[in-house]
Design a protein around this ligand. Structure first.
Ligand code: LHQ
Length: 262
C-alpha cells in the first residue's frame, strides 16, 4: 500500500498521508512522495484545489523518530539541519507558494512537523477529535518546518510562545477559539465538509486565488506602500484573466459566472 494516497474528484485532488500505524509519521519515503505530489498538483492545470489529510486516527505525528533512530545510537554529533533543508523546507515553500488553495483536513493529532504541515496550508478544517501539538520541545528541539513563521502570524506571539515552549496539546475547540483553524466539525462530517469547501474553491477564479495567496504571503514582510504597489501589479495580471472578464460580464448579464481557472 502506498504511503501517500492520491485521489482526484473533479478539480479537487486529495493527498492522504497513509501510515496510520504511526499516526502518519513522516519518513523519507512519505516526505519524498509528498514533495513530488505537491509539485505535480502545482503543474497540473486540471487541479484547482488541493486537500491534505491523514488516514486513520492521526493527521501526522511529525518526523518519524524511528526513521532517524540510527543517528541516536552513535556518539557522533547529530546533524538535523541538512534533513530539514532537503526534505521539509522545499515542501513547506511549495505549499505556501502553490497558486491554488490548499485545505488541511485535520482528522486527528497534528504534532511536530505534522503540525507545521497543517499550518502551511491555506485553510484548516478540523475534526472535533483533532489536536495540535508543537511537540518539538518535548524532544529538545526548536519548532521547524515553518512553525516559527506561521504560528505567531496565525495566533499571535504570546500564544505561539506558549504552545512552542510547553509542547502542550491544543484541542480543536481551543484551536478554533484562537484562530488556528477555520472550522471544527464532528468527526464523521470532516470529509464531507472539506469536500464541500474544496468544490466551492475549485469553482472560483483559480488565478485570482493564486495571486491573492501571493499578495498575502508578501504582506507578512512588507510595508503599506510596497504592498499597495504590489496589489496594483497583481491586479493588472488578474484583470487580464478570462475569469475576470467572465465575472464582470456575468454580473452585468445578471447570471452566474462560469469560471474556468484561466
Ligand atoms: C510514532 C511517532 C513518530 C514514529 C507516534 N515517529 N512513530 C525532528 C527530527 C529530525 C529532523 C527534523 O525534524 C524533526 C521535526 C519533528 O517533527 S520533531 C517532533 C516529532 N514528533 C514527536 O515528537 C511526536 C511523537 N509522538 C507523540 O508524542 C504521540 O505519539 C502523539 C502525542 C502524537 C500521539 O499520542 P497517542 O495518541 O497516545 O499515540 P501513541 O503515542 O500511542 O502513538 C501510536 C503509534 O504511533 C505508536 O506506535 P506503537 O507501535 O507503539 O503503537 C507510536 O510509537 C507511533 N508514533 N508518533 N513521530
Amino acid at each position: 500500500m502506498s504511503k501517500l494516497l492520491v485521489e482526484n474528484e473533479g478539480a479537487v485532488r486529495t493527498l492522504c498521508l497513509n501510515r496510520p500505524e504511526s499516526l502518519n509519521a513522516l519518513d523519507n519515503e512519505l516526505l519524498t512522495a509528498l514533495g513530488r505530489a505537491v509539485a505535480d498538483a502545482d503543474k497540473d492545470k486540471s487541479v484547482r484545489c488541493l486537500i491534505l489529510t491523514g488516514a486513520g486516527r492521526g493527521f501526522s505525528s511529525g518526523q518519524d523518530l524511528a526513521d532517524v533512530a540510527a543517528r541516536y545510537q552513535s556518539p557522533e554529533p547529530i546533524e538535523l539541519g541538512a534533513h530539514l533543508r532537503e526534505k521539509y523546507n522545499p515542501l513547506i515553500v511549495r505549499l505556501r507558494t502553490i497558486e491554488k488553495p490548499v485545505i488541511a483536513a485535520v482528522n486527528g493529532v497534528a504534532a511536530g512537523a505534522g503540525c507545521s504541515l497543517a499550518l502551511a496550508c491555506d485553510l484548516r478544517l478540523a475534526a472535533e477529535s483533532a489536536s495540535f501539538i508543537e511537540a518539538f520541545v518535548n524532544v529538545g528541539l526548536v519548532p521547524d518546518s515553518g512553525s516559527t513563521f506561521m504560528l505567531p502570524r496565525l495566533i499571535g506571539i504570546a500564544r505561539a510562545m506558549e504552545m512552542a515552549c510547553t509542547g502542550r496539546k491544543v484541542t480543536a475547540a481551543e484551536a478554533l477559539q484562537i484562530g488556528l483553524v477555520n472550522q471544527v466539525v464532528p468527526d464523521d462530517q470532516l470529509a464531507g465538509a472539506t469536500k464541500k469547501l474544496a468544490d466551492k474553491l475549485a469553482g472560483l477564479p483559480t488565478r485570482a486565488i493564486g495571486l491573492t495567496k501571493r499578495a498575502i504571503n508578501a504582506a507578512w514582510t512588507s510595508d503599506l506602500e510596497t504592498q499597495l504597489d504590489y496589489e496594483a501589479m497583481l491586479q493588472t495580471t488578474a484583470g487580464q484573466t478570462k475569469d475576470h472578464r467572465e465575472g464582470v460580464t456575468a454580473f452585468l448579464e445578471k447570471r452566474s459566472a462560469k469560471f474556468t481557472g484561466e
